[in-house]
Design a protein around this ligand. Structure first.
Ligand SMILES: Nc1ncnc2c1ncn2[C@@H]1O[C@H](COP(=O)(O)OP(=O)(O)O)[C@@H](O)[C@H]1O
Ligand SMILES: CC(=O)N[C@@H](CCC(=O)OP(=O)(O)O)C(=O)O
Length: 259
């Protein structure tokens, strides 16, 4: 059994789906007791933010899949991601007897962020940071649950795409990475799952308009992780939650991204 720590990135839809969280945390509970492999959760919350923005009648604008985050939205969004979304997951962990710690990218410099496109506002690019806090928490048996809110050197809060956050954290601690979403993997033009993906294949599917929106960012983040870690990364669905240990053992249940 592979002993690298494993980062499981949870997409926003999962946070809105009780069945997903129940099945996932039941699996994690069993898995932790049985295998003792270090696990870390990095989460998004795109749907949760969309709901909140609609309720507050604030505009939702995306550019290349990234949320345009103006000054009057960053505090609200931080509340939703680092607050509500993070504590929902902490609650699920607690219910399953898992001792978790809720953090954001800015805690103890886990992941560094820099603002990258003035048109996007308070949106940060994620870069590897310091492994010290995560290693301390893992050694003490805690499950870190990390939201994709970062803090710049100047102290500004930044909204970071959660797939990119997970990739940067994987590079920081040398962890394996699986990106769990609401789709069974990367789908072809006919809606069939593609089991193996390479950079060349991904480029073509993006150019052909088959990989679009959030999946462009996700596959590019996965490819970046593959390059940095030198190991494959999986994109899979929460619907196979019980089979996650199979994936951890090296057999993919979604789309396996490799160089
Ligand atoms: N070729 C594709 N295969 C699978 N999903 C795709 C593809 N192209 C676009 N998508 C979209 O990407 C979404 C997943 O990206 P995203 O919404 O960012 O997920 P998450 O919230 O899990 O990070 C899918 O729900 C789907 O709507
Ligand atoms: C800059 C940017 O777009 N940030 C994302 C952060 C949340 C996220 O990535 O959530 P998912 O994992 O559910 O997609 C957003 O605001 O939606």
């Amino acid at each position: 059994m592979n002993n690298n720590p494993l980062i499981i990135k949870l997409g926003g839809v999962l946070l809105d789906t009780k069945e997903a969280l129940s099945r996932l945390f039941t699996t994690l509970q069993t898995y932790r007791n049985k295998y003792h492999r270090s696990l870390i959760i990095v989460h998004g919350g795109g749907c949760l933010i969309d709901d909140l923005m609609n309720k507050l009648m604030l505009p939702i604008k995306k550019k290349n899949g990234f949320r345009v985050t103006p000054a009057n939205q960053i505090n609200i969004l931080t509340g939703a991601l680092a607050g509500t979304a993070n504590k929902i997951l902490l609650g699920w962990a607690k219910k399953h007897g898992i001792n978790a710690v809720g953090l954001c990218l800015g805690d103890a410099d886990l992941v560094n962020v820099v603002q990258f496109d003035p048109d996007l506002g308070y949106v940060g690019n994620a870069e590897p940071g310091s492994p010290s806090l995560i290693n301390t928490l893992l050694a003490a048996g805690y499950l870190p649950i990390i939201s994709s809110i970062g803090i710049t050197e100047k102290g500004d809060m930044m909204n970071v795409n959660a797939d990119q956050a997970a990739t940067a954290l994987a590079a920081t601690i040398g962890a394996d990475l699986v990106l769990l979403s609401d789709v069974s993997g990367i789908l072809d033009g006919k809606g069939q799952r593609i089991s193996e993906m390479t950079e060349a294949k991904a480029k073509k599917l993006i150019a052909d308009g088959i990989i679009t929106n959030g999946m462009i960012i996700k596959v590019n983040a996965a490819l970046e992780a593959v390059r940095t870690l030198g190991r494959p990364v999986d994109i899979a669905s929460w619907r196979y939650a019980e089979q996650l240990p199979i994936l951890f053992n090296g057999v993919s249940i979604g789309t396996r991204i490799s160089a």
